[in-house]
Design a protein around this ligand. Structure first.
Ligand code: ATP
Ligand code: MG
Length: 421
């Protein structure tokens, strides 16, 4: 026999009933996005490699080691998207969304791909809920975006979180900071290979090195806050002021930089208790220069991405495990089965989730199937019931039974279930 084919390492099948939790998270996010005026984009999973190398930065972990890149049959270099922001900006520019009046508020949901070492909370295909607001540099928008993120997490019941915040300044502030940081990094020895190389060419990246040793060497390094010019400092202060006003708890983390090169000014990350080493559930920030790097006009913007896999790992297992109240039709004999098919459709027309057996089970086996499916009511239909135009309605929780006219069943059940009687 041929060997069984398995899924690719780091890529998971997400199965029922777990999928109902995924749908619930997406539903809650969509509701909040609607309230804040965000609209959905559906974007391709493949893009030209250059989109990511140009925007994320060639010397970031994502571009240097984590991308799924391959030539297509024509020889063009394509990449499975590792993140959504660059793609949303590409799509907005290409479809001229940026020319419409007002801030363009966009969101997108779906899988991302990174060739990382698979472990708890880290997959090669993972899923993000992503939002981007394009077209304004106002700190009030930064605050709104962060409030919206916390609203989504709050509605999902995720309360044990810490919001970390920093300002990365504008490119001028960053230049000043990088010069100071380089001097500091040269004074220390023992960096990992990546940091050793990056401390000269891309020193900001040393700050988000995952190695505990490098993090230790960074004690006492210069911080961005000391390099912010007046405008960037003012912007940051206003964001903090608004978070205070709306009572969003946050902690400043002066060494937070995020793993992509395009961030400017506000950067943030949400970390959840109980996730172990992979504890970031969401991250985001402002990226005022990204549009220009992609050949577009000036388009200041801010956004975030929620890691849906990790989010679901930290939520209690019962959260979002919702299934509609169900009715099971147990039929005995061919005539009853045939009649049951019509009744099944009637029940569904009344908005009731209804099922029956298609494998010729005995009544006893049908009852245990109903139980396993979580049916609230079972309708028992035999030839005798058919003759009298009635059926037995059994309430599973109590075992109580009554005779009900077939005609009236859908209406009775719809009433029962909507009132949860
Ligand atoms: P980390 O520091 O954990 O690698 P990141 O900074 O690379 O995260 P972002 O690019 O900011 O992550 O993506 C936003 C969110 O997506 C993260 O906070 C995380 O929840 C999730 N995420 C990122 N990479 C993975 C992955 N390989 N598997 C599962 N979730 C991920
Ligand atoms: Mg990462």
């Amino acid at each position: 026999m041929a060997g069984q084919i398995r899924a690719i390492r780091g890529m998971r099948d997400i199965l029922p009933p777990e999928t109902s939790r995924w749908q619930w998270v997406e539903q809650v996010a969509r509701e909040v996005f609607d309230l804040y005026g965000y609209r959905e984009l559906r974007l391709p999973l493949l893009e030209r490699t250059e989109l990511f190398s140009r925007s994320i930065g060639v010397d970031t972990d994502i571009v240097a080691k984590e991308m799924y890149t391959f030539p297509d049959r024509h020889g063009d270099s394509l990449t499975l998207r590792p993140e959504a922001t660059a793609q949303v900006v590409r799509a907005a520019l290409e479809n001229r969304l940026d020319r419409a009046p007002g801030v363009q508020k966009l969101y997108t949901l779906g899988p991302m791909f990174r060739y990382e070492r698979p472990q708890k909370g880290r997959y090669r295909q993972f899923h993000q809920i992503n939002c981007e607001a394009l077209g304004a540099d106002a700190p009030d928008l930064d605050a709104e975006v962060i409030l919206m993120l916390m609203e989504i997490l709050g509605r999902l019941g995720l309360t044990q979180v810490r919001l970390f915040l920093n300002s990365l300044g504008c490119p001028e502030c960053q230049q000043d900071f990088k010069a100071r940081l380089k001097l500091f990094l040269r004074t220390k020895e023992g960096w990992c290979d990546d940091c050793f190389r990056r401390r000269e060419i891309n020193p900001l990246r040393v700050l988000d090195c995952k190695s505990a040793h490098c993090q230790g060497l960074l004690k006492g390094s210069p911080v961005l806050k000391d390099c912010l010019d007046e405008a960037c400092a003012g912007h940051y202060a206003r964001v903090l002021e608004l978070l205070n006003r709306f009572r969003v708890p946050y902690e400043e983390n002066p060494r937070l930089v995020r793993g992509l090169d395009y961030y400017t000014r506000t950067a943030f990350e949400v970390v959840a208790a109980g996730l172990g080493a992979q504890d970031a559930v969401a991250g985001g920030g402002r990226y005022n220069g990204l549009s220009q790097e992609l050949g577009g006009p000036e388009l200041p913007a801010i956004g975030f991405a929620i890691g849906q896999d990790r989010l679901l790992e930290v939520l209690p297992p019962e959260a979002g495990r919702i299934s509609p109240p169900k009715v099971f039709l147990a039929a005995l004999g061919d005539a009853a089965r045939d009649r049951a098919l019509g009744l099944l459709q009637d029940l569904r027309r009344w908005g009731l989730a209804a099922e029956m057996d298609f494998q010729g089970r005995s009544l006893k086996a049908q009852m245990s199937l109903a139980d396993r499916l979580g049916a609230i009511y079972v309708i028992i239909l035999g030839n005798r019931e058919l003759e009298t135009g009635q059926a037995v309605l059994r309430r599973m929780a109590t075992g109580g039974q009554e005779q009900v006219a077939l005609k009236e069943l859908p209406a009775i059940l719809a009433n029962f279930i909507s009132g949860k009687v």
